[in-house]
Design a protein around this ligand. Structure first.
Ligand SMILES: Cc1ncc(COP(=O)(O)O)c(C=O)c1O
Length: 431
């Protein structure tokens, strides 16, 4: 029960937190951006619109970060919020600060995320990352020896290893299909999944965005396919949420896990697990919860003592995301991709393993150069030019390929993109 003293303590804490919070303010940015008008496509090309957004981050501009897909830096407003929430926890007895104040405030974060992504707050668990949400789902269904789980060779290694461990431990069978690169026919992708379904198929894992190529998969259709066959579809949305403009509600899927420290720009160590209300009871939590919580989404958050600072600071990143506008963000990220991709594609030795068609990819894209060592290019970019990218290797119908995955962000400048292109062009020319 909340005593008067506890309540007053909460109010005092809230006031202290609020006062410091005026230094970096996503609302101020919102007012600045509201002065601009135009369609998302027009704003994507309006550099003045992106200047205050670039300034909202504290990134070291002596480095060009083109691996924002790995995880994103948080904007100043979220960094400051996280620090003051940590200070509050340490300045007060943590059992009070954490459990009486901050855990309760996290409900506000849950409610705002639910509203933004058009689902009920009672369907969202706040996790530490996509891996946690996905493993809750991947371990949360009872499977027997011989049961099959369907996925592709392009799913994330940790998620594949999770099922491979169940193979070794419980004798299940992981069936991996080969996706086209790029896959620009949604119905063909759905047919690929359907063709692999057998009477032993118990689960389907599908990446909303393939981490290797940025390929967006038709998860709404695959979730519908799963429903038709009575098979739960677990969506790995690590790279999708807040990257391009969609809501969880419109996907009509039952199980979806994502990171928030990638494209929502929330502090590192934040993620979200969505489970449709009527399916919550069907999934065992990773850490045990009481039977009374069977239907409660919070059973997935029973992980023992942990900080709430990063969870609370999600709210600031969400406000920034709203100020930018999801559609504007999507258009800008695709514009930045096309700026480097179109330029490099002028050389006919360059291969883009990512679709540039709307709806099939957004910011994350991968390229290779015929006959050239992409690892060497990555090393050159970083060691000599302090431009960070990542190399990826993956199977295609024509054999294994390796490429460099490029992922700028809303704070990336056109000059940074152009410097990257110049280094790649000079490297190709000199090889
Ligand atoms: C497709 C995919 N799934 C899951 C993950 C795991 O995300 P996290 O490390 O945030 O848990 C990643 C990370 O990049 C990913 O790309």
């Amino acid at each position: 029960m909340t005593t008067r003293r506890v309540f007053l303590g909460e109010v005092a804490g809230a006031m202290a937190v609020g006062a410091v919070g005026l230094r970096a303010n996503a609302g101020g940015l919102g007012r600045e951006l509201a002065g601009f008008s135009g369609t998302p496509g027009e704003l994507a090309r309006d550099e003045a619109y992106w200047v205050p957004i670039q300034r909202a981050f504290t990134v070291d501009r002596s480095i060009v970060n083109l691996n924002n897909g790995g995880c994103s830096p948080a904007p100043l407003v979220a960094q400051e919020a996280q620090k003051r929430h940590l200070d509050f926890m340490n300045q007060n007895p943590p059992p009070f600060a954490l459990w009486q104040v901050q855990e309760k405030r996290a409900e506000g974060v849950r409610a705002r995320l639910a509203r933004q992504f058009a689902v009920s707050a009672e369907e969202l668990a706040l996790t530490r990352n996509a891996s946690e949400g996905l493993q809750i789902l991947q371990f949360g269904f009872d499977l027997e020896a011989g049961d099959e789980v369907l996925c592709t060779t392009h799913d994330y290694p940790r998620m594949l290893n999770t099922f491979k461990q169940r193979e070794r431990r419980e004798g299940i069978r992981l069936v991996q299909m080969q996706l086209a690169v790029p896959a620009e026919d949604e119905d063909e992708v759905v047919r690929l999944y359907e063709s692999a379904i057998t009477d032993r198929t118990r689960l389907i894992l599908v990446s909303h965005v393939v981490f290797l190529t940025g390929q967006i998969l038709p998860v709404k259709k695959i979730a519908a396919l799963g429903r038709k066959h009575g098979i739960p579809v677990l969506v790995d949305g690590a790279h999708a949420l807040a990257h391009f403009d969609f809501t969880l509600g419109e996907l009509e899927c039952d199980f979806y896990a994502t990171s928030l420290h990638k494209w929502l720009f929330a502090p590192i160590g934040t993620g979200l697990l969505y489970v449709r209300k009527e399916r919550i009871k069907d999934v065992w939590p990773l850490m045990a919860a009481s039977e009374a919580e069977d239907d409660d989404i919070r059973k997935f958050e029973q992980i023992g003592t942990h900080p709430e600072a990063q969870t609370l600071a999600i709210a600031e990143s969400l406000t920034l995301h709203q100020a930018i506008g999801a559609a504007n963000k999507e258009a800008r990220l695709a514009y930045l991709r096309d700026r480097w991709a179109d330029r490099l594609l002028a050389d006919d030795r360059v291969r883009l393993y990512t679709s540039q068609k709307p709806g099939f990819a957004c910011c994350l894209a991968t390229f290779g150069v015929d006959g050239m060592d992409m690892g060497a290019l990555r090393g050159l970019l970083w060691n000599q030019h302090r431009i960070l990218t990542t190399t990826v290797g993956f199977p295609t119908a024509d054999g294994d390929v390796s490429g460099i995955r490029v992922s700028p962000s809303v704070y990336t400048t056109l000059e940074e993109i152009d410097r990257f292109c110049e280094v790649v062009e000079e490297w190709i020319a000199s090889s």
